[in-house]
Design a protein around this ligand. Structure first.
Ligand SMILES: *Cc1c(COP(=O)(O)O)cnc(C)c1O
Length: 377
């Protein structure tokens, strides 16, 4: 389908030691949740400054578990951002609660917490912000907001593994913090995720909810006090994670350097909307630019096709989610979140992953320049 020098927008880096380690797990006779998951949880707990951590089979699962731990259900409202992956709004709706989408700040593209004050209601129970592209939401403002309205916080930090807020690692502080280890994230377990929790009691409940709500007793009998689903991670996935975590900081440093190179190469004459140039706090999960559609004779779809034809993979992250038909049926419409709608219609994600060479960035920028100049009116 694509030529060998096709550059995808992202690709995981898995080393030989990790591949060998996975083979060992496969030979061991134990594939599901076991010693490797516990070892991975211990490594993550250390990474997050000693807070309890539980792993799960996706970052969607950890969000769903987090909402369950907050006892969020029918009749409740959760404030969130429309500029995110489908999981964020969907998990709220699947709990039977109502997602309340608040528009984003046009510069950071993250939830505008000042606007969030306007949608507080007697049934608002939690706030679920997203660090889009790895750029952290202002944690001081977030916890001031949550504390003044007595809200739980479920940080959807799916994209911000290794990001920090004023030098404090995301996940090492705060309320519930959820990460994803999907193959496209800054570190992966194939599919997977983890939830950073407040204390051992909450971690124990999380562990029960992760596997049907089952509690085993000493006689190998079992009991269910709280019904739940199936969210546990395999030891195969955990072994991949154990191989990735020690490389995470190096991966993110490389991403940061590549991002700097993009900034140096993308000149103002292209009229692209650039991301915030944060080289201190962001893990540069994605490099997203906004197309100046009003100056182009082509649509975003045609731009993607032209880039693809010249060997460059481009992503779209994300259309504003309140405008999906399932959410329109719940009453959401154009104009509800104008900044997110504007960004969602123009955003494109340029290739950025640790194994990229400097020359790959130059190639992307060269092709981008060519495609855009050819389409400028
Ligand atoms: C990736 C992602 C998720 C969900 O993660 P999965 O592991 O794919 O379930 C949730 N929220 C955001 C913002 C994401 O980027």
């Amino acid at each position: 389908m694509t030529s060998p020098d096709f550059l995808p927008f992202t690709r995981p880096s898995i080393d030989d030691d990790t591949i060998a380690g996975v083979a060992d797990v496969l030979r061991s006779g134990w594939l599901t949740t076991g010693a490797k998951c516990r070892e991975f949880e211990a490594a993550l707990a250390t990474y997050f400054g000693g807070r309890p951590v539980r792993v799960a089979n996706s970052g969607t699962a950890t969000l769903e578990l987090a909402l369950a731990l907050c006892d969020i259900g029918p009749g409740d409202e959760v404030i969130t951002t429309p500029l995110t992956w489908a999981a964020t709004g969907n998990v709220i709706a699947r709990r039977g609660a109502r997602p309340v989408f608040v528009d984003v700040d046009p510069v950071t593209r993250n939830i505008d917490l000042q606007r969030a004050e306007d949608v507080i209601s007697p049934v608002t129970r939690a706030v679920m912000p997203v660090d889009l592209g790895g750029l952290p939401v202002d944690r001081d403002a977030l916890y001031d907001f949550a504390n003044s309205y007595n809200l739980r916080v479920v940080e959807d930090a799916a994209q911000s593994m290794g990001s920090n807020w004023k030098g404090r690692r995301i996940g090492s502080f705060g309320d519930l913090v959820s990460f994803s280890f999907h193959a496209n994230k800054n570190m992966t377990t194939g599919e997977g995720g983890c939830l950073v929790l407040n204390d051992d009691a909450e971690a124990a409940r999380c562990e029960r909810l992760r596997l049907q709500g089952v509690v085993r007793d000493a006689d190998m009998g079992m009991e269910i006090e709280e019904i739940s689903g199936k969210f546990n991670m395999t030891d195969i996935a955990a072994r991949i994670g154990l191989g990735q975590l020690p490389s995470l900081d190096a991966f993110n440093t490389r991403r940061r350097d590549l991002a700097r190179r993009y900034f140096a190469s993308l000149d103002a004459s292209l009229h692209l909307g650039l991301p915030v140039a944060d080289f201190e706090q962001s893990n540069w999960h994605m490099f997203q630019v906004l197309l100046p559609l009003e100056r182009l004779a082509i649509s975003r779809g045609e731009f993607l096709r032209r880039m693809h034809a010249k060997g460059i993979g481009i992503g779209v992250h994300y259309p504003a989610m309140h405008l999906f038909s399932a959410y329109r049926r719940a009453g959401w419409k154009e104009g509800d979140c104008p900044n997110a709608e504007r960004i969602g219609a123009r955003t494109v994600t340029l290739p950025l992953f640790p194994a990229m060479q400097d020359g790959d960035v130059d190639r992307v920028c060269g092709v981008l320049r060519q495609v855009m100049r050819g389409a400028m009116e």
